[in-house]
Design a protein around this ligand. Structure first.
Ligand code: MRU
Length: 353
């Protein structure tokens, strides 16, 4: 598929009918991995070869196609196979709702009355479509969001929300890069984002490519910077936002939001509408291996048998969020009313017209 993106880290090779992913754990070295089976796909998502909510959703959609194709070689019941593939993939990571939205949508396409080939074509087309749609959504988020950024802004961001986390130019980082192109950004403060260092390794890599001035800081420096009036705006992404505006994002986001409120700094969350979850009223927070905290590149940092608690995400309450930047526009409080209106009413308007 020919995608108009500056950097594509999710490649579906049509000739070989295989999925190839940039291994984000290895950056800045560019190493690519091939997804040959459903188990490879689950491992790639769990081990964070690919990460970031929208990117996980897109990879899950391609993996669904590959998984059904693989398992139908030894089975005849496509509905059963599809459920099995959905179950396997849904166990890869629990927080990013894009994963579950993509899997449910793919599963609902299965029609046992149709041939296996026809079902596979539908699943492949769906994955391509999801990828293309994410590119478009990213562009809209960047355009709406950059309007909000005042001139000469010093922006603080957390984790990685750029091309590497999505199918397109990114969410929060897409806004920042677009605002930079419009001459509005003085500098970006990049939280290193312990323990996986998505800021140091991924966001720094993307900002360097885009020639945006930035400096990496340790996560705990944010308060010092804010107190010294060195931050004008905070923009982060999201892994799941509930109907009332509760927002799951990379661990450390909640602390930033509290600090921003205290220092009267606007705190924005940028996300595609596919990251809203209007069905559930709580968010499962992933807990990852203690090794992520206690080791660095395989070297032990703590005394033997040290315990560590490693939640990968936290939940920011809506009262700390100045606005959501989405592909359908900016959503301001009251969130309970305005999120529902933006997601459901605007879709209805589009269908009716
Ligand atoms: O653990 P990760 O790297 O998958 O966490 C990613 C984040 O928290 C991002 O901020 C979020 O997915 C938004 S990506 C556009």
């Amino acid at each position: 598929m020919n995608l108009e993106v500056e950097f594509n880290h999710i490649i579906f090779d049509n000739e070989r009918d295989t999925l190839i992913l940039l291994d984000q754990r290895k950056l800045p070295r560019e190493v690519w991995v091939e997804i040959k089976s459903i188990d490879d796909a689950v491992t790639a998502i769990t081990s964070m070869v690919v990460r970031g909510a929208p990117a996980i959703g897109i990879v899950a959609a391609y993996s669904f196609y590959l998984g059904v194709k693989e398992l139908m070689k030894e089975n005849s019941d496509i509905v059963k196979v599809s459920s099995l593939v959905k179950d396997k993939l849904s166990r890869s990571r629990p927080t990013a709702v894009n994963l579950f939205n993509a899997l449910s949508a793919a599963h609902s396409l299965i029609d046992p009355e149709k041939s296996v080939e026809e079902n596979l074509t539908k699943l492949r087309d769906f994955a391509d479509q999801l990828h293309k749609t994410d590119i478009e959504k990213n562009k809209k988020i960047a355009s709406f969001g950059s309007e909000l950024i005042p001139n000469n802004s010093r922006v603080l961001t957390h984790c990685n929300t750029g091309s590497l986390a999505t199918g397109g130019i990114g969410t929060a980082l897409g806004v920042i890069i677009e605002a930079f192109k419009r001459g509005k950004i003085l500098k970006v403060w990049v939280d290193e984002t312990r323990p996986r260092l998505q800021g140091t390794r991924l966001t720094a890599w993307e900002l360097k490519k885009a020639k945006v001035p930035f400096e990496v800081i340790v996560d705990s420096a944010a308060g010092y910077l804010m107190a010294n009036k060195l931050v004008d705006i905070v923009i982060v992404g999201a892994d799941r936002v509930l109907a009332d505006g509760q927002t799951a994002n990379k661990i450390g986001t909640y602390s930033l939001a509290v600090l921003a409120k205290f220092h009267k700094i606007p705190f924005f969350v940028a996300l595609p509408t596919s990251t809203f979850d209007l069905e559930n009223n709580s968010i499962p927070v992933e807990r990852r291996d203690k090794k992520e905290i206690l080791q660095m590149e395989g070297i032990e940092l703590a005394p033997r048998d040290t315990q560590a608690f490693n939640p990968a995400f936290d939940i920011t309450p809506p009262g700390l969020i100045s606005a959501f930047i989405t592909d359908k526009g900016i959503i301001y409080p009251p969130y309970e009313k305005n999120i529902k209106h933006t997601i459901t009413e605007k879709i209805k308007e589009l269908v009716d017209n």
